[in-house]
Write a protein that binds this ligand. Structure first.
Ligand SMILES: Nc1ncnc2c1ncn2[C@@H]1O[C@H](COP(=O)(O)OP(=O)(O)OP(=O)(O)O)[C@@H](O)[C@H]1O
Ligand SMILES: [Mg+2]
Length: 225
């Protein structure tokens, strides 16, 4: 199963006066739903962007499955091995739901004949029904758009899913559905799922909760364990 390991990772923005991520050492395992909580400005999004390979640590190392990101082609890493889900869903507005999901497969060289069927089955797997496949994002609800975004993420083949406040724009029912889907991906298919959230109910449903504070990250003991 995929895992992300951080070894003494720090990050300071170019014109910043402090380490926004400060000597973080931790292991995010596959098969688990992880959540990262903490006050605004404590460094959560910055930490995700390091794990997504969008920025490189100013100190320390990040490993995916024992390979250091420093040794990998980061474009390829971002295309094939990690996927990011944002609060605003970032679907292409001029592509239909199905076209949005098929797009990464075209980039990643999945054979042309296979793409539409795979796209449909991914949409079905996140509860998007056939009559919505050809709708544009503007004609889908927020919850549906977020699920299409997840299907698109799965189409990349990446097994590490990084989500930044994925339920921030959703009502409770849609937020619950989303977490259920992410939980299934972790528990049934072994994805390594890391969710940044302000929502205590997501933290409660996670296998591991990590608390970030002034750039430091510590695992929180769950009440049930
Ligand atoms: N490009 C940048 N240059 C300098 N400082 C930055 C930059 N981006 C973010 N910061 C600072 O880094 C710190 C951490 O920001 P980050 O976005 O990681 O926080 P966060 O925990 O995700 O907050 P929120 O919960 O509000 O999303 C903040 O103090 C922020 O002002
Ligand atoms: Mg943030």
């Amino acid at each position: 199963m995929p895992e992300l390991k951080l070894d003494n990772v720090s990050y300071q923005y170019k014109h910043g006066d402090r380490k926004v991520v400060n000597e973080v050492t931790c292991l995010f395992e596959g098969g688990k739903l992880n959540s990262v909580v903490g006050p605004s400005g404590c460094g959560k999004t910055t930490l995700l962007s390091l794990m997504a390979g969008l920025d490189q640590p100013t100190q320390g190392q990040i490993h995916i499955d024992n390979e250091s990101l420093a040794d990998l082609d980061l474009d390829q890493y971002r295309r094939e091995r990690v996927s990011m889900i944002f609060q605003a869903f970032q679907l292409f507005p001029l592509l239909t739901a199905l076209e949005n999901v098929c797009f990464p497969m075209q980039l990643n060289g999945v054979s042309r004949e296979e793409i539409p069927e795979k796209g449909k089955s991914l949409l079905s797997s996140v509860g998007i029904t056939e009559e919505k496949f050809k709708r544009y994002p503007a004609n889908l609800s927020g919850g549906e758009q977020q699920r299409v975004a997840i299907a698109r993420t799965l189409a990349t083949g990446a097994h590490v899913l990084l989500a930044d406040e994925p339920t921030g724009n959703l009502d409770k029912a849609n937020g619950d559905k989303l977490i259920e889907i992410l939980g299934q991906l972790a528990h049934e298919q072994g994805y390594c799922v890391i969710i940044v959230t302000h929502d205590p109910s997501i933290a409660e449903r996670s296998d591991k909760v990590w608390r970030m504070s002034d750039g430091a990250l510590i695992e929180q003991q769950l009440a049930s364990s």
